[in-house]
Design a protein around this ligand. Structure first.
Ligand SMILES: [Zn+2]
Length: 227
């Protein structure tokens, strides 16, 4: 007997793949409404059974699916369940993603993740976040609100050798922060410029301009007066 010959005797010659497929079978939101034909299997040799399912969601979407994935409960909806949980995740995430929350979470990242850029300046130097703040965004937020936080300001450590805690932190403007850091000439000026441009969402040219204006005490207004 050779296997190269194409069987022409119909599927009854072979054990029926996808045994048990029947109308009315349910999995999650799906109900089988029609048992379809055999089709070449996706993940194995031979054929497998397909079924037409209807989803119980608002759209009553009908879809042709592999019987195997319906039977095993791998597929439990027309796709609406996944879409709903994605939306739910975005909502939860969205609420917590305020700039202040991001500042808190970035602070914790800097002090705990040895793989982030500039880790040598934080976790690498033993800079830590006080236990009060590590464990509670609410405590951090309350402190922030009582100590001059407004959106756009950045968290700054007063003593660069000490960690993040209520008595070593303050809120500064981006420019003030830039000034603090620029007291020490960076070894790699180019990288430093690009990093700050990235943080300030501007060009390296803008960083130089801001730093110069701040150094010379020249502002846009002064220049306008001079003109
Ligand atoms: Zn659905």
């Amino acid at each position: 007997m050779t296997t190269s010959a194409t069987p022409t005797g119909g599927s009854e010659m072979f054990p029926p793949p996808g045994r048990g497929a029947r109308v009315g079978f349910t999995s999650g939101r799906l109900t089988v409404v029609e048992v379809l034909d055999l089709r070449p299997a996706l993940f194995a040799r031979g054929n497998e059974r397909w079924v037409l399912v209807e989803c119980s969601c608002h759209d009553r979407t009908r879809k042709e699916l592999r019987w195997g994935s319906v039977r095993s409960s791998n597929t439990r909806s027309c796709g609406c369940l996944d879409a709903e949980s994605r939306r739910a995740r975005r909502r939860t995430h969205g609420e917590s993603e305020t700039p202040l929350y991001r500042a808190w979470s970035a602070m914790k990242q800097r002090c705990s993740n040895p793989n982030i850029r500039g880790a040598h300046r934080y976790s690498g130097r033993g800079i830590t976040v006080c236990t009060e703040w590590v464990n509670s965004f609410e405590k951090f937020r309350d402190w922030a609100m009582r100590h001059g936080y407004v959106e756009g300001k950045e968290l700054d450590r007063i003593d660069n050798d000490l960690g993040y805690s209520p008595d070593n932190c303050r809120w500064v403007t981006k420019l003030e922060n830039l000034d603090n850091r620029s007291k020490y000439l960076p070894l790699d000026l180019e990288a430093w410029l690009h990093e700050h441009a990235r943080q300030l969402a501007c060009t390296p040219y803008e960083v130089i301009k801001q730093a110069l204006e701040s150094y010379l005490g020249v502002s846009r207004v002064d220049r306008a007066d001079l003109a």
